[in-house]
Ligand binder design. Structure first.
Ligand code: G3P
Ligand code: MG
Length: 235
C-alpha cells in the first residue's frame, strides 16, 4: 500500500512547511500531499486553513494577505518551539523540494463563492516548473478540477470525496473529464465502491489514516494508498 505524507508529515513537523515535507521524504514515502491557496497578490502558497490563525503567530484570511505579509509570520513555533522560524512555502518551492520520482499531490483549497482563479495560477506555476508527470491535482471542488484539467490537459486528477455517492460509476462518468484517482475519507470507504473504482482503472487513496489497524482494514478492502500525518508508523 502506498504511503503519502499528509500536509508533508503533519504529525512530525509543522504542517505544510518545507520541513514537514523533508521529514516525509526522509521516511521514503511514496509521495507528499500539500494544500494550496491564493494570496491577496495572487501567489500560490501552501496552507490548509483559510486563515493563518491556527498554524502561525498571525491572524487573518490567507486571500486577504500578501505573500510578503504571510512570509513575515512564523509557521513553526505553534507546533513546537524548536521549529520557530519556519515560513509559509510557495507551490514553486515545494515543486523544487519534492524529487520528481515521488508523487506530489497538490490539493486545491478555495472558498467557492470567492473564486479568484486559483486553478489558473496553479497551472502557470506547474507550467513554469516544466514537469508534471509526478503530480496529482485533487480537490473537494470538482468544478475546480474540471477547470484545471482544461488548463493542463495532461495533469492527473484526484477526486476528493466526503460522501457516499448513490451511484459512483454514474457520478464519475457524468463528470465529463477523466479522473486518475479517487480520494475518499477513510470513514466512508465502502468495499463495493472500491471495487467499482478499481474496475474503472482508478487508484483509491484514502485520508487521513494515522493508525496501523485502520490501514490494514483499508488494504484488505483494496485501497491503493493512504494519506498519513505519521508516515513513520507505516514505512
Ligand atoms: O488530500 C487529503 C486530505 O488532505 C483532504 O482533507 O482537510 O486534510 O485537506 P484535508
Ligand atoms: Mg489536504
Amino acid at each position: 500500500m502506498k504511503i503519502i505524507g499528509h500536509r508533508g508529515a503533519a504529525g512530525l513537523a509543522p504542517e505544510n512547511t518545507l520541513e514537514a515535507i523533508r521529514r516525509g521524504l526522509e521516511l521514503n514515502v511514496h509521495g507528499i500531499e500539500i494544500d494550496v491557496q491564493l494570496t491577496k497578490d495572487r501567489q500560490v502558497v501552501v496552507i490548509h486553513d483559510f486563515t493563518v490563525d491556527r498554524t502561525s503567530d498571525g491572524s487573518g484570511e490567507v486571500d486577504r494577505l500578501t505573500l510578503e505579509e504571510l512570509r513575515r509570520l512564523d509557521f513553526g513555533a505553534k507546533f513546537h518551539p524548536s521549529f520557530k522560524g519556519e515560513r509559509i512555502p510557495t507551490l514553486m518551492e515545494v515543486l523544487q523540494t519534492v524529487p520528481t520520482d515521488r508523487l506530489l499531490n497538490v490539493e486545491l483549497k478555495q472558498i467557492a463563492y470567492r473564486r479568484r482563479g486559483l486553478e489558473e495560477e496553479v497551472a502557470k506555476v506547474i507550467r513554469h516548473f516544466g514537469q508534471h508527470h509526478h503530480i496529482i491535482v485533487s480537490s473537494f471542488d470538482h468544478r475546480g478540477l474540471k477547470t484545471i484539467k482544461e488548463l493542463l490537459p495532461e495533469i492527473r486528477i484526484g477526486l476528493l470525496t466526503y460522501h457516499y455517492p448513490v451511484n459512483p460509476r454514474s457520478y464519475l462518468e457524468g463528470l465529463g473529464f477523466p479522473v486518475y484517482s479517487l480520494h475518499p475519507a477513510f470513514e466512508l470507504v465502502d468495499r463495493e465502491d472500491v471495487k467499482t473504482y478499481l474496475d474503472m482503472g482508478l487508484e483509491v487513496l484514502s485520508y487521513t489514516v494515522n493508525d496501523p489497524q485502520t490501514a490494514r482494514e483499508l488494504e484488505s478492502m483494496g485501497v491503493s494508498g493512504i494519506f498519513s500525518d505519521r508516515p513513520d508508523l507505516f514505512v
